[in-house]
Design a protein around this ligand. Structure first.
Ligand code: AMP
Length: 145
């Protein structure tokens, strides 16, 4: 999928938002939902998505949705840091398939990093165990301020 196109209401994140697909939930408020990435590139790889979006990427997003989204990203990233004590935190997002985007609902990745620990390849690792992800989600959730 290129940068152009129409929003698919059956993308996996839209299904998670409607409760039609499971997730290891970390946090939610009126504007954002945060959950663990099922193909984690590092331990604690967390996603933050807007709840009320019909944009496919950041470039299309309404500024009124973007503002609480980035605040949610900061809030969850702080909780990831507090829960897992990484040496660094990567925050990233991709726009268009060529850029690496695989789910066409806006989202930010939060990847805790540790000195000397390699990061897995984007969208190419193995699927994590949902119970393990729920355990991690609980630890991060407990640190949401
Ligand atoms: P992107 O490639 O930037 O669009 O990111 C999409 C991310 O969603 C990837 O890192 C996938 O591992 C992740 N992902 C795909 N399906 C699910 C799912 N059902 N639950 C949680 N994360 C998912």
């Amino acid at each position: 999928m290129s940068l152009d196109g129409t929003y698919d209401p059956d993308n996996i994140f839209a299904k998670i938002l409607r409760g039609e697909a499971p997730c290891a939930r970390v946090f939610e408020d009126d504007h954002v939902l945060s959950f663990m990435d099922v193909f984690p590139q590092t331990k604690g790889h967390t996603l933050v998505i807007p709840k009320h979006s019909t944009a496919r990427n950041l470039l299309e997003e309404d500024p009124q949705i973007l503002s609480p989204l980035i605040l949610g990203v900061q809030r969850v990233a702080r909780a990831v840091r507090a829960a897992l004590e990484p040496d660094g935190v990567v925050i990233t997002q991709f726009n268009g398939a060529v850029a690496g985007q695989t789910v066409f609902h806006p989202h930010f990745h939060i990847l805790p990093r540790w000195e000397g620990v390699a990061v897995g390849r984007h969208a190419a690792g193995g699927m994590a165990d949902l119970n393990e992800l729920k355990d991690l989600a609980g630890k991060i959730s407990a640190k949401i301020a």
